[in-house]
Unconditional design. Structure first.
Lengths: 414, 414
């Protein structure tokens, strides 16, 4: 063992002996962020406030696709029309899962059930969101990796694959502040998505706009509206957009929704009327009362940003100070993650070293289809849940772990 | 036209001209019933009250199968163990639909995906619940009718079919205060269900215990616990129980759940972790706070009964006074429906006559698979939503419509 490695290991053992319990594994809001939405329930005690402006009694059955005023609010947030919106329960993941399931068993607008196809495949820009990949894996949908670039997925590859292979039925995208890279797709990328000419007539873009209003800086990134761009080309039936208030109000008790073309919305409403009488309207009404308008949402999101900014800066400053030369990373202007690419050591080794010292990270490989990072180099850091002090400690351990792993690997970068 | 018919038609035209708008079509609680649960939200304004006793922050992510205290409460209500419970969103219909969908695509415990079977069929005791039948119809599951008897489905037929036909994968049951007949299955019926020996090893009983605590009289019906009976015979994996608070607190904003064996629960949890991070825990916590115990639920249900009893009596008194000889019906001791069997006229004709006079009933045939009542005789009356005065008017029209239709049909019963 080299002298450098021995010294690092001594430092590591000392920290590891402290029995820390820190979690940077998931994009979970901190408690102070949850407090921002305390006012969500004020008014619930007054039963007149449980009746919507449209006269709908939100306590009773009905409202398959959402309250009119909630559809309006979230349509404005996504810059689409209320007719394009279907409101669901508390989880956009649930809506995405159900959307794939319906495609499998019933088919999408203009298509047949995917279970009748010999092969079904999805393109998966990688690194990406592990829960998207898990849906494909569970349902036996083949995943084809597409590399991410600083402007979004490699569109040359996407176009070539989608136009030539009719078994490719979908693609997973997190177009703004992508998970985990924090990349916002460029206007050109969005336009190329809107202009896709898939070999599969029932191909769908699963546009998970999870971080649509989740800017960290005053001036956030701008994402071109995919539904509008697709409409211009008569391609609007190819687009499913998903969003939720999970990271606006409460991750366990928010409102989730999807946006799609008129044809898609009509068919989906017909299909889901067999699954449910409707989602929780009271919770929709609370969100309408609490925000009032998209401006209300924007103002609220600035408070989130004020809490998150120092956390992101803590992580970024430590990376810069300690790991320059050993790793690369993005400086996202929004979202929930910082994606680190190790240059000369194993991500699996670093994640294990961190875990054994009490710091839980997203498992190495989780950001790639089938959990396999071909370079074993990407690690997703989620700075939102711990407080700044905890983050500082966690990052000390993380940086130390990278140095140890690099040293072990005999990297020249050390 | 006979003189009798002419007189009835004159009376009908006079009432029809009043432009009434009355709805007896769905089992929807009345506004006064909703008011009973106004206290559900008290406490929400205090953020300490959003943290569960177990320390779980109900505003944040997590809790795939429900809050421990909510599982306990609803386990006690259903007289099973908390380990048997999985809590879902706001709709037991949604849980049932998703359960069939998972069986189709992923398979149930010990089985293969049903989509790989050449034929999939369900037994449908009829008359039954139209939304159960709609799930089968949408997913291409063949429905086989089984007659209802005063003690539940005809068990000779159920046993013979289930034990001989491996394509029969399930049966829909509303075992207590059945929809629409209001029949509670006898102990013998429940024991025979528990002892079924299906040809399909992955056969499941879909036991929709929608009205488990929904007694109208002080002394309600007693339903034997199917999970316990099945456990005694080592048959517990055959049982799925479903319930919700839709008709306990709020139909749009209650808590739904399922109960099943350890093997089933383990597999389902593994499967749904890909679909969602978890249902709304705040709403579960509200229900725990509001009821405290199963006794709290029982006491609450007595208030519902006090509101519903006069409504059911209004309908039953009118039936007795006006339609004796022309129709038969049950006197349910709980649930939400009164099921009327016409003796000598068409249910379709009666429903149309009612609609044209401003009274909306459940469509004739809806209580049978594929919407086809072989005798065109059953009509489901739902007395919960209108007030007593409106019910009285609606029933006048209904009874008149039956008399007209009987007269038209030249029935000897007139």
């Amino acid at each position: 063992m080299s002298k450098a490695l021995a010294e690092l290991m001594e430092e590591y053992r000392e920290i590891a002996s402290k029995g820390l319990k820190l979690d940077m594994s998931r994009g979970k809001p901190g408690v102070d962020q949850l407090e921002l939405s305390s006012g969500l329930f004020s008014g619930d005690e007054c039963h007149e406030k449980l009746i919507a402006a449209s006269g709908v009694d939100c306590r009773n059955y009905g409202g398959l696709d959402g309250l009119p005023e909630a559809k309006k609010l979230f349509a404005d947030m996504l810059e689409v029309a209320p007719e394009n919106i279907i409101i669901g329960g508390n989880s956009s993941l649930n809506i995405m899962y159900d959307t794939v399931v319906r495609a499998m068993l019933l088919g999408v607008y203009g298509g047949h059930p995917w279970i009748h196809c010999e092969d079904v495949a999805f393109l998966c820009p990688a690194p990406g969101y592990d829960r998207h990949f898990a849906i494909c894996e569970q349902l036996g949908i083949k995943m084809i990796s597409v590399p991410m670039t600083p402007t979004g997925p490699d569109m040359d590859k996407v176009e070539a694959l989608v136009s030539s292979n009719p078994s490719i039925k979908g693609i997973w995208c997190v177009p703004k502040y992508s998970n985990p890279d924090g990349i916002t797709y460029s206007d050109e990328t969005v336009r190329r998505f809107a202009a896709l000419r898939p070999a599969a007539k029932d191909f769908r873009i699963f546009w998970d706009d999870a971080y649509c209003v989740h800017d960290l800086d005053e001036e956030g990134d701008t994402l071109l509206n995919l539904l509008h761009e697709a409409e211009k080309l008569g391609n609007e039936d190819m687009v499913y957009i998903f969003a939720s208030t999970s990271k606006i109000t409460f991750p366990g008790a928010g409102v989730a929704l999807m946006a799609a073309s008129k044809n898609n919305v009509e068919l989906i409403k017909k299909q889901i009327t067999v699954q449910t009488i409707g989602p929780d309207k009271l919770n929709q009404l609370r969100h309408v009362r609490f925000f009032g308008s998209p401006e209300g949402i924007r103002a609220h999101m600035e408070k989130h940003a004020a809490i998150l900014r120092p956390k992101f800066n803590t992580v970024l400053n430590m990376l810069e100070k300690e790991l320059t030369g050993l790793a690369e990373w993005n400086r996202p202007r929004g979202g929930y993650f910082i994606s680190v690419f190790l240059k000369g050591c194993s991500a699996r080794r670093v994640v294990r070293l961190c875990r054994e010292a009490g710091v839980v990270l997203t498992p190495a490989g989780a950001t790639y289809p089938y959990g396999i990072d071909p370079d074993d180099s990407n690690i997703r850091l989620a700075p939102s849940f711990p407080c700044v002090e905890e983050l500082q400690k966690a990052m000390e351990i993380f940086c130390l772990a990278v140095k140890i792993a690099s040293c072990e690997a005999g990297s020249d970068n050390m």
